[in-house]
Write a protein that binds this ligand. Sequence first.
Ligand code: C2G
Length: 133
Amino acid sequence: MKKVITYGTFDLLHKGHIRLLKRAKALGDHLTVCVSTDEFNALKGKKAYTPYADRKYILEAVKYVDEVIPEKNWDQKISDVVDNDIDIFVMGDDWKGKFDFLKDYCEVIYLPRTEGISSTKIKHDLGMQVNAK
Ligand code: C2G
């Protein structure tokens, strides 16, 4: 069984996230998604609208996702890959090159991001509508 892993916040789940998950799953037989905890997001300088437990619950309902585990820090990726017998690490190409150290442990693939959509854009656009009223 070929196992794939990917990481992210996955706040306000949108088409860009789903396309990433769909392409990641297509690379193997099992997809583990490592979702940033609220505490780790604070370290990343991100504030998710949806709390970790709900982002986990939503991702577990996505047909491409087989398992959801917490991302608590920047340093867990090697042990995640080894402990979960991962064959392929996948991220959007906004992260291109950042995780090449994992090539010693698994295949590393960066997939093109989906243009025109992001959680930040959604929050900004909604915020503009609210302010316009
Ligand atoms: N993504 C995408 N297209 C978009 C938006 C996001 O392909 N329009 C991808 C990102 O490239 C990433 C994944 O979806 O691979 C999750 O995106 P985020 O939730 O923004 O993840 P991020 O906050 O970048 O966290 O340790 C890695 C970090 O946890 C990544």
